[in-house]
Structures are given as structure tokens and as C-alpha cells.
Design a protein around this ligand. Structure first.
Ligand SMILES: [Zn+2]
Ligand SMILES: [Zn+2]
Length: 346
């Protein structure tokens, strides 16, 4: 079979590999869609401390069961499934408290295990043990189901930021994650959603699809001023930074209303993670700053339901479909910002 394998930064190869078989407790999938995201671009450029090469990457996985290994019940050939990316251990004190997203023993598909940029994939027993394989609801395509994983992360982020009824929400960053945040905020009852983005082309493309109440090109205007104007000087109830930018995080502190919540959804480059924060703003204005680290199996199930029910449509965000041979082009397209979601169909 054909796979896309990471060897070193800048070195991802499309090559032949033996077709895997499902061992005890595992299932084998024919991968139908594995979508790309900014993380793949990051891995391509810098590698990742959890990836020991060579490794088949790709973590936004949907496919069809072709074989269930010994001892597996509930799954059989032909079942349409979506697979989690982050695998909690299910046993540590954090997992037992229901905090699977911060499991210190977390492993990931496409990092510790072979990923979805392949014709076939074996789902490890560890994934099945934490209910990490979800049946794709009728009416949801494989391509849409592959977006459940990033949407699950967005859901986790908005739960922490308590996005809800009547909120004014700012999303900074108009990539695929930013677009999903806009849609999710609407689904959770936000009153208005404002989208802020540096790159004009990316902003226009996103705004055309997700229709924010205002689209603010932060390369052309002062986004903090704009948000203050739009909210009569009050600021936004929630600001979500979906960009790897310390400047965006610092601006978030200036955009948020009293009692507001800030989600540092996107992480910063690991060699430059320090920002300056006026702690008195947090103190006197009673601000809450929250993080977000991936998603739990439960978030993945709920994300699939949100897609199936139409509360969070994703099909129009999938702007490009490419064969496995074009994985590198797909990753370039993601980096350039000329696409929203690019999905690989191996
Ligand atoms: Zn991803
Ligand atoms: Zn754990």
C-alpha cells in the first residue's frame, strides 16, 4: 500500500509499505479521508518531540473497517468510523477525574502510532479501550467525519471558555480552526462573532463561508480599536486566539470585557512562548484565561453529532480534496492559506 512517511524535518516521502494486519484487540481500516491541518505543516518543518521517525503521519482520520482482530467485539467489516487523535491512558488520576485531555500519558495517532496518510491503518487496542472509535452517523460523509477531530478540540476550547448564549465572541485567526470556532460559537448561542485575521486573502475566504458579524483585517486596522468600537467600548465576552501568535494573545487581553474569558487555544512556538500580561487587568477586571489541549473521546462523539445534526456544518469548509500522492502539495496549500480544509483521500 501507499503511505506518506515522515523521516526528518523537510523529508516526508510517499512510498510503498506492507499492508498492516489487525492484531488482538485491534481493527484495521481502509482510510477514506485523512484531513490535513496546521500541525502537519509544523511537523513537516520542525518534526515533533513525540515523533520518532520514520512515521506515517496524519491524525484526522475516517475510514471503513475491513478487519477486526481477535477479541474485538462490536466492529465488523463495512462499519464507517471516525478515530480520535489524542489517546488518553484512561487510568491515571487525571483520566479518572474525567480530564482526559490533559492526561500526562497521552499518546497520539500519527505520532506514537502509524497515522492516516495511508491506504490502510491499524487502530491500536489502546484507542478501542478508551472508546476512541466512533460510528459515523448516516448522512455524514467520510470527509466531514474527518473534521470531527479538530471540531472536538474546538468544542473542548469553548467549554473551557464557557462560550454561551448572548456572548460577543472574537476569534483571532481565520484558518480552519478559526472557521470552526466561528461556527461552534454560533451553535452555542453567541450573539455576535467577530473574526480577526492578519492575512487579507485568508480573511476574505473564511468570511465568505462562515459569515462573521465583522471581519477585521488586523494588518490594515487596529483590531483592538475595532473590537472596542463594535462593543461600545465594553470589549468582547470571549476572545479565542486560534493563531500561534504571542501578539494575538497580548491583544486578546486588550479586547476582552470585564469578567471576560480568554482562550489561548493555539499554542505558541516552543522557542518563544513568553508573552507580556498586565496582571492587574486580570485582577481588577476579573478576567479568566484558559487553555485547551486537544480533545477527549467524548468530545469527538459530540463533534460528530454536531456535524450530523447540522448545528455545525463542515462540508463547505472542505475546499480541497487530494490523493495521497499530493500530501506535500496539500500541506503547502494549508501553509499558504489558500485553502480552508484540505482532505486527503488515500
Ligand atoms: Zn489536526
Ligand atoms: Zn491518563
Amino acid at each position: 500500500m501507499k503511505v506518506a512517511r515522515f523521516y526528518a524535518p523537510g523529508d516526508i516521502r510517499i512510498e510503498e509499505a506492507p499492508e498492516p494486519t489487525a492484531g488482538p484487540g485491534e481493527i484495521k481500516l481502509r482510510v477514506r479521508n485523512c484531513s490535513t491541518c496546521g500541525t502537519d505543516a509544523k511537523i513537516r518543518r520542525h518534526g515533533h518531540h513525540h515523533i520518532v521517525p520514520p512515521r506515517v503521519i496524519g491524525h484526522e482520520i475516517a475510514g471503513e473497517v475491513v478487519e477486526a482482530g481477535e477479541g474485538v467485539s462490536g466492529w465488523s467489516a463495512g462499519d464507517r468510523v471516525q478515530v480520535i487523535a489524542a489517546i488518553p491512558c484512561g487510568e491515571c488520576p487525571d483520566c479518572r477525574r474525567g480530564w482526559q485531555t490533559i492526561c500526562p500519558n497521552q499518546e497520539s495517532m500519527g505520532y506514537h502510532y502509524e497515522g492516516g496518510f495511508a491506504e490502510y491503518l491499524v487502530v491500536p487496542a489502546k484507542v478501542l479501550a478508551v472508546d476512541g472509535v466512533n460510528r459515523i452517523p448516516d448522512g455524514v460523509s467520510f470527509a466531514e467525519a474527518s473534521v470531527a477531530e479538530p471540531l472536538a478540540c474546538v468544542l473542548n476550547g469553548q467549554e473551557h471558555a464557557r462560550v454561551g448564549e448572548g456572548d460577543d465572541v472574537v476569534v483571532v485567526g481565520a484558518g480552519p480552526i478559526g472557521c470552526l470556532h466561528v461556527r461552534m460559537a454560533r451553535a452555542r448561542g453567541a450573539k455576535r462573532v467577530f473574526l480577526v485575521e492578519l492575512n487579507r486573502q485568508r480573511l476574505d475566504m473564511a468570511a465568505e463561508r462562515v459569515h462573521p458579524d465583522a471581519a477585521i483585517a488586523s494588518g490594515e486596522v487596529d483590531a483592538v480599536d475595532e473590537i472596542r468600537k463594535l462593543t461600545d467600548g465594553r470589549g468582547a465576552d470571549v476572545v479565542i486566539t486560534a493563531a500561534a501568535s504571542g501578539a494575538a494573545q497580548e491583544a486578546a487581553l486588550q479586547m476582552v470585557a470585564r469578567r471576560g474569558r480568554i482562550s489561548f487555544f493555539g499554542g505558541l512556538p516552543k522557542d518563544n512562548p513568553i508573552i507580556s500580561c498586565d496582571s492587574n487587568l486580570v485582577h481588577y477586571r476579573e478576567l479568566t484565561i484558559v487553555g485547551a489541549n486537544g480533545s477527549s473521546p467524548e468530545h469527538n462523539r459530540r463533534a460528530l453529532d454536531l456535524i450530523a445534526s447540522g448545528q455545525v456544518p463542515v462540508s463547505d469548509l472542505i475546499t480541497h480534496r487530494m490523493p495521497l500522492d499530493d500530501v506535500l502539495t496539500a500541506i503547502d496549500t494549508v501553509t499558504e492559506g489558500t485553502a480552508i480544509k484540505v482532505t486527503i483521500e488515500p
